[in-house]
Design a protein around this ligand. Structure first.
Ligand code: NAP
Length: 390
């Protein structure tokens, strides 16, 4: 029997909703969310709150329970207030408007309201609404804000939770700018990023070759082996590009003199300038990230004499400008690649928040990991899981 016991204070570094009564079962099987009320340094503004079980869904809405939600680099930028996409305020805890962190995630449908068709309890769904607030146990959403993820052999929760940002970015950048024939080359930096690893695998599935650039590191041989196991053709470090003449000769040799027509830029800065010099005639340099936080500067000669085209790609814009059917087709294509063993889970770590942990402890755990991620000390995708979600 539920028993109202004592008062629980929902506290964070900057956020306090005061004291309110909670039940034993609420404490052990809590609904949690990682929230903030103002943008800023995530180690200062993020906190964890507990909220009551959702009521049955109103007509034309549904209740979903998140199984896993990643912490992507862009999510941190959103909390910092330096990303173009903004979340909307929501009142998970009655009377208190907060932003809920997280854009991507895999959820299970718990209950559908009247008038909802095409979705049923137990279905897996991913978010089509940007900044949906996925760092939560459960949410009430509109059917148009989610997409049913087809189940397939080999499709794990980790695949599902990371299916709407990185693999589609890789897939679309390989398709939308240049029509590449089998055996053509693609060059990319940040090749060990989650997007980069998806590029390697999707390119390999199409018979494309990849020249992959990464930062120098003590365990470079291990990383090279790992990327090659995913299907990378060649791996170089940015330092290898220092000798321009030598790199040109090596690359010409690998590509049998055929110019590389697609370059993908995750980092910007001077290493990307060096990479662009290795592109062939009529190539596209597509930028999707700026991990070095440096601007991108390109020699004018590349535009005049090699007819270089530069472009940006943003998966969020793709979602805004494409139909629901396009999105379903894209998800089905990616799920098919997974079931054919051609798209593996990203290397990851699951950050579990136990149902018995206090909001304070949970908040600290999340702030600590985000601080490490912001400092570039994390080589793996981190995914949040709230245990005991209702
Ligand atoms: N435009 C879009 O639609 C879109 C979609 C998805 C992702 N993105 C962006 O793509 C980037 C990668 O995302 P992800 O989820 O794949 O990230 P991730 O798996 O966390 O990988 C981050 C990558 O950035 C590299 N990196 C970090 N700091 C760097 C620096 N100072 N100089 C050079 N390289 C550095 C890392 O290399 P080390 O291993 O050497 O640290 C790693 O390769 C982010 O900027 C993200 O916002 C954009």
């Amino acid at each position: 029997m539920l028993q109202t016991l004592h008062r629980v204070t929902i506290l964070g570094p900057r956020l306090s909703f005061g004291s309110r009564p909670f039940s034993v079962s609420s404490i052990l099987r809590a609904n949690r969310a990682v929230v903030y009320t103002q943008t800023g340094d995530p180690s200062q503004v993020l906190t964890t709150v507990t909220y009551d079980a959702l009521p049955s869904p109103a007509p034309d809405t549904l209740n979903i329970r998140f199984l896993l939600a990643p912490i992507n680099p862009a999510d941190i930028n959103v909390v910092q207030g330096v990303y173009p996409a903004k979340p909307s305020l929501t009142s998970l805890v009655e009377g208190h408007e907060v932003f809920v962190g997280g854009n991507e995630g895999l959820a299970e449908v718990v209950q559908v309201g009247t008038g909802v068709s095409g979705l049923t309890s137990g279905d897996w769904v991913v978010m089509t609404k940007a900044q949906a607030g996925t760092w939560a146990s459960s949410r009430n959403v509109r059917p148009q804000d989610v997409l049913r993820l087809p189940r397939a052999d080999g499709l794990t929760e980790v695949h599902g939770a990371t299916m709407t940002v990185n693999p589609p970015t890789a897939y679309n950048m390989l398709n939308d700018f240049v029509t590449l024939e089998k055996d053509e080359w693609v060059m990319q930096n940040g090749a060990n990023s989650a997007v980069g690893q998806a590029v390697i695998q999707i390119a390999a599935s199409r018979g494309l070759k990849t020249l992959n650039l990464v930062r120098q590191r003590p365990d470079l041989d291990d990383l090279t082996r790992k990327l090659k196991a995913l299907g990378a053709t060649k791996v170089l470090t940015y330092d290898d590009l220092a000798d321009r003449a030598l790199t040109k000769t090596i690359v010409k040799d690998w590509t049998a003199g055929k110019g590389i027509r697609l370059g993908l830029n995750c980092v910007s800065g001077k290493d990307t300038t060096a990479m662009a010099r290795l592109l062939g005639d009529d190539a596209y340099l597509v930028s999707y990230g700026a991990m070095s936080k440096e601007p991108l500067s390109l020699p004018t000669s590349l535009f005049i004499f090699k007819n270089l085209t530069t472009a940006g790609f943003w998966q969020s814009r793709w979602y805004k400008t494409h139909t629901r059917e396009d999105k379903e087709n894209l998800m089905r294509t990616l799920v098919d690649l997974v079931s054919q063993g051609k798209l593996k889970e990203p290397e990851h770590e699951i950050l579990s928040i136990g149902a018995e942990e206090s909001d304070e402890a949970a908040g600290q755990k999340i702030r600590d990991i985000i601080t490490k991620m912001s400092a570039g000390q994390y080589g793996k995708k981190v995914l949040l899981r709230f245990e005991g979600a209702q």
